[in-house]
Design a protein around this ligand. Structure first.
Ligand SMILES: *[C@@H]1O[C@H](CO)[C@@H](O)[C@H](O)[C@H]1NC(C)=O
Ligand SMILES: *[C@@H]1O[C@H](CO)[C@@H](O)[C@H](O)[C@H]1NC(C)=O
Length: 294
């Protein structure tokens, strides 16, 4: 009995620390629409289903659905941030696919980036094609870095933008209170990924000079950094969600989410504590009864 209660309490108390995947980052749709009910539609559906299924096993995969008419051939991929578990990756991709359906109804192509995963499909080949189009940049509030702090920040970014010779599509770095994360879509080769990331790092340092945090998404890679106390993106602190309301309005920036996150966490901790206390009381009552009987 005791170990069970202990286990349950621990689970309840640690749940809030396991953050959940999925707030909206950006999305876009091809202008070209297909006719509902046409074979292309079922190809899109089976492609998206394949992506969702595959995401339970791996952080990246691509699919091509061939069609007799070449213009209907469909390409698709998903990419989870390298530190997501299979469960988080799968739920993130499932969520992205469902939001794509809402965002891009009957579109011949679409792309969606959530916090933690990216999904794209189209009938033009983009697989294995490097693409440094800027999709989203976001800098946090300016803060008073001392020169040491700024050097540290730049050092972390440079580290992420530098190759150690191996293929590293996912990178994390940190120094002091600065943490950063980088991710390539893994259809890029090692050298393309490297090229993309060093480009992002260069631009990010320029764009978000003395900002407390910064995110820069190119079409095939991104880098995000933050100083503790502002946002926290790096490694285990990845901000991800599963439970919250479905689709965010793509037109609206998601900055207000962090307050919600804090509230959610506080609430979850509170619920955990109450449950723990309740269990403890039950347990003590149980013990007391047993002792009484003797
Ligand atoms: C993609 O599909 C649309 C709609 O069927 C078609 O008009 C377009 O030409 C296709 N593009 C390519 C590159 O095949
Ligand atoms: C696409 O997936 C196939 C099979 O998993 C793999 O062999 C190929 O390298 C992938 N292509 C790209 C561009 O990632």
């Amino acid at each position: 009995m005791a170990p069970l209660i202990f286990l349950l309490t621990i689970t309840l108390l640690t749940t809030p620390a396991i953050s959940s995947v999925g707030s909206f980052v950006y999305g876009g749709c091809s202008q070209i629409k297909y006719t509902p009910g046409c074979p292309y539609e079922s190809n899109v559906n089976s492609l998206l289903t394949s992506l969702v299924n595959s995401a339970t096993l791996t952080v990246y995969n691509n699919f091509t659905i061939k069609s007799p008419t070449s213009q209907d051939t469909l390409y698709g991929l998903f990419q989870c941030q390298g530190d997501l578990s299979n469960v988080d990756c799968a739920s993130c991709v499932a969520r992205a696919v469902s939001q794509l359906g809402t965002l891009c109804p009957d579109s011949s192509g679409g792309a969606l980036q959530l916090d933690g995963c990216f999904v794209k499909y189209d009938n033009t080949t983009f697989l294995g094609v490097e693409d440094k189009t800027e999709v989203l940049k976001k800098c946090g509030p300016l803060i008073a870095y001392d020169s040491d702090g700024l050097n540290r920040r730049d050092g972390v970014l440079d580290y992420l933008g530098t190759s150690d010779g191996s293929y590293k599509p996912f990178r994390v770095g940190g120094s002091g209170d600065v943490s950063a994360v980088a991710q390539c879509v893994q259809d890029l080769s090692a050298s393309e990924c490297q090229d993309c990331l060093s480009e992002v790092v260069g631009r990010l340092k320029t764009y978000c000079g003395a900002a407390a945090s910064g995110d820069l998404y190119l079409a095939k890679c991104y880098v995000r950094f933050s100083k503790a106390g502002a946002h926290s993106y790096g490694g285990n602190d990845l901000k991800v969600k599963t439970q919250k309301g479905e689709s965010h309005n793509p037109a609206v920036d998601d900055d207000d989410d962090d307050d919600d996150d804090e509230e959610e966490k506080t609430l979850a901790i509170l619920v955990g504590l109450i449950a723990a206390v309740a269990l403890l009381i039950v347990f003590l009552t149980f013990l007391k009864k047993r002792l009484w009987k003797r």
